[in-house]
Design a protein around this ligand. Structure first.
Ligand code: NAD
Length: 259
């Protein structure tokens, strides 16, 4: 299936590794020129070079913290008129809400609610004028089934999801869609670091602990960033203009609801 995206321009945030990189790779494979962002310059530049060499598209790396105003300005300067925006940033730390103060909440809201909203604000009117826009917010399966120790994530991402639910119904008549993509467990550095800590504590190989984590999922495994990227590319495609305001789980069937 040709997704009809050749020659389009995308901003993919937090994309040197993991799910963001999966999305960047899938879009590049469809002929989309990219501006990708992450904080660590050498990893980001390497990722940009690898994707550009493999897919023959232009990939511009912008090393900065996307949760800061200055960082967002630099990314937008590199791509002022994107057709596609993939919002992503690191997730907040786990913990007990009794230990979190106002600053912890503000940091979570900044990263996982306000940053995507401010980026959407910067690009959505241009998308409306050009009559094409695709925004995908990488959130979490915790939006549908909250994970108690991830209270900061549950709260901030629910705020983003609620805001987008309204806006998405206003932009769709201009062929600008906004959807959430909700990852369950994926084999990324974030998951591997958590598993590595557990493996070390228990004196077991990390692959064994990772396999065990996958075994509790209906699919019997964890997902790959490439699978997540393909789902993202479909939401960004020319054919998905009638899908908006949705929150799509990519979780191997872990969420047990009928709908
Ligand atoms: P990862 O650690 O593998 O990759 C994170 C990427 O984001 C890296 O490229 C890092 O440099 C970049 N990054 C982080 N904070 C940034 C910032 N402030 N500015 C710019 N770049 C930044 O993580 P991942 O597993 O790909 O997770 C991506 C998002 O998905 C996170 O919000 C995470 O909480 C969420 N999520 C992941 C999973 C999973 O199983 N991997 C499950 C649910 C939700």
């Amino acid at each position: 299936m040709d997704l009809g995206l050749r020659g389009r321009k995308a901003i993919v945030c937090a994309a040197s590794k993991g799910l963001g990189r999966g999305c960047a790779e899938a879009l590049a494979a469809e002929g989309v020129d990219l501006v990708i962002n992450a904080r660590t310059e050498d990893t980001l530049v390497r990722t940009a070079e690898e994707i550009a060499a493999r897919c023959g598209v232009s990939v511009t790396p912008v090393a900065c913290d996307i949760t800061t105003e200055a960082g967002r300005a630099r990314v937008l300067e590199a791509c002022p008129e994107p057709d596609i925006l993939v919002n992503n940033a690191g997730g907040p730390p786990p913990g007990d809400f009794r230990d979190w103060d106002r600053d912890d909440w503000i940091a979570a809201l900044d990263a996982n609610m306000l940053t995507p909203i401010l980026l959407i604000k910067s690009v959505v009117d241009g998308m409306i004028e050009r009559r094409f826009g695709r925004v995908v917010n990488i959130t979490s399966a915790a939006v549908k089934a909250p994970i108690p120790i991830l209270g900061l994530s549950n709260g901030a991402r629910a705020g983003l999801t609620g805001f987008v639910a309204g806006l998405a119904r206003e932009t769709v008549r201009h062929n600008v869609t906004i959807n959430g993509l909700l990852p369950g467990p994926f084999d990324t550095d974030r998951l591997r670091n958590t598993m590595a800590a557990r493996a070390e504590k228990e004196g077991r190989p990390v692959e064994e602990v990772l396999r065990e984590a996958g075994a509790s999922n209906p699919s019997g495994r964890v997902g790959t960033p490439a699978e997540f990227g393909h789902a993202c590319a479909f939401l960004c495609s020319a054919h998905s203009g009638f899908m908006t305001g949705q929150n799509l789980l990519v979780d191997g069937g872990a969420f047990p609801g009928t709908l």
